[in-house]
Design a protein around this ligand. Structure first.
Ligand SMILES: Nc1ncnc2c1ncn2[C@@H]1O[C@H](COP(=O)(O)OP(=O)(O)OP(=O)(O)O)[C@@H](O)[C@H]1O
Ligand SMILES: [Mg+2]
Length: 243
C-alpha cells in the first residue's frame, strides 16, 4: 500500500483563511473519491470542529500511546477529522514527536491528510511542515500578510523545502487593497499557484457547519479550490503514475 500524502496549510499572519481553505480542500479531495482526514493542529484555538458538523468515531492509537484528547470524528464516510483538544493546557503538554507519529500513522490510513495550523511556527507546526509532502502557504493581498509569507518562504528555503512541494495561494484576491498582481509578485518573489475570490457566503457556510465546496460546488470559490486540488495536489498522483 502506498502512503497517503500529508498537505499542511499555513500562514504566519492570522485570519488569512487557513481553516476555511483546509476545510474546503479536504472536501474537494473527498469529492474526487479520495479518503481524507482533516487534522486540526491549531491546538489552542482550533475551530474545525466548530465549523463542521461532526460525529465522534472513537480514539486514535498512536504507536503504543493513545492520542487521548484527539478523538477521530466522521464528517462524511471517507472524510474524517481529528479535532483540536478542548481542555486548556492540552496543547502545551503534547510533544511534537506525537504530531509526527500521528501524521505518519494517518498517512497510512488515508489518501490525503490535510493539516490546519495556527498562525505561528510552533514546534508542532514545524514538525507538520517537515512531515508533509506538500505545503500550501496562504496570504491575503495586504503588505503585512505578504511580508510574513516572505519570511516563511525564507525559512522554508533554509530547510530546503522548495520547488513544487510548496505552493503560494492568495485568498480574498479580488478585494480592492490597492496592490496589483505585479506588486504581490514583487514582494513575494515566488510564483502564485492560485487566487481565491472573496465571498460573504463563506461565513454563512461556516455558521451552517457545511463547507461551501460541498453545499455549492459550482461557486467561484469552490471551483478555485477544486482546480487547485486537481492540478496542484492530485496532479502529483497523475505524474507519479506516469513514471
Ligand atoms: N475568501 C474569503 N472570502 C470571504 N471571507 C473569507 C474568505 N476566506 C476566509 N474568510 C473569512 O475570514 C475569517 C478568517 O478565516 P479563517 O478562520 O479561515 O482564517 P484562519 O487563517 O484560519 O484564522 P486563524 O489564524 O485565526 O486560525 C473567517 O470569518 C472566514 O469566514
Ligand atoms: Mg484557523
Amino acid at each position: 500500500m502506498t502512503a497517503g500524502r500529508v498537505v499542511t496549510v499555513f500562514a504566519a499572519k492570522g485570519g488569512c483563511g487557513k481553516t476555511t481553505f483546509a476545510t474546503n480542500l479536504a472536501v474537494a479531495l473527498h469529492a474526487a473519491g479520495r479518503r481524507v482526514c482533516l487534522v486540526d493542529l491549531d491546538l489552542a484555538f482550533g475551530d474545525i470542529a466548530g465549523s463542521l458538523t461532526l460525529t465522534p468515531r472513537g480514539t486514535l492509537s498512536v504507536g503504543d500511546r493513545v492520542w487521548a484528547n484527539m478523538p477521530l470524528s466522521a464528517y462524511r464516510p471517507g472524510l474524517d477529522c481529528v479535532p483540536a483538544p478542548m481542555r486548556p493546557g492540552d496543547a502545551e503538554r503534547m510533544p511534537p514527536t506525537l504530531v509526527r507519529e500521528l501524521l505518519i500513522l494517518l498517512s497510512t490510513r488515508y489518501d490525503y491528510v490535510v493539516v490546519d495550523t495556527p498562525a505561528r511556527l510552533s514546534a508542532h507546526v514545524l514538525t507538520a511542515l517537515d512531515v508533509s509532502s506538500h505545503r500550501v502557504l496562504l496570504t491575503t493581498p495586504e503588505r503585512p500578510a505578504l511580508a510574513h509569507l516572505r519570511v516563511t518562504l525564507d525559512m522554508l528555503d533554509l530547510l530546503s523545502i522548495r520547488g513544487n512541494t510548496r505552493t503560494v495561494v492568495v485568498n480574498r484576491a479580488d478585494e480592492q487593497t490597492g496592490l496589483t498582481a505585479a506588486d504581490i509578485d514583487e514582494i513575494l518573489r515566488n510564483p502564485v499557484a492560485a487566487y481565491l475570490p472573496s465571498t460573504w457566503e463563506l461565513a454563512a457556510s461556516i455558521n451552517r457547519g457545511v463547507p461551501l465546496a460541498e453545499s455549492e460546488p459550482h461557486h467561484p470559490f469552490s471551483t478555485a479550490v477544486r482546480r487547485f486540488a486537481d492540478t496542484r495536489i492530485r496532479g502529483e498522483e497523475v505524474s507519479e503514475s506516469l513514471f
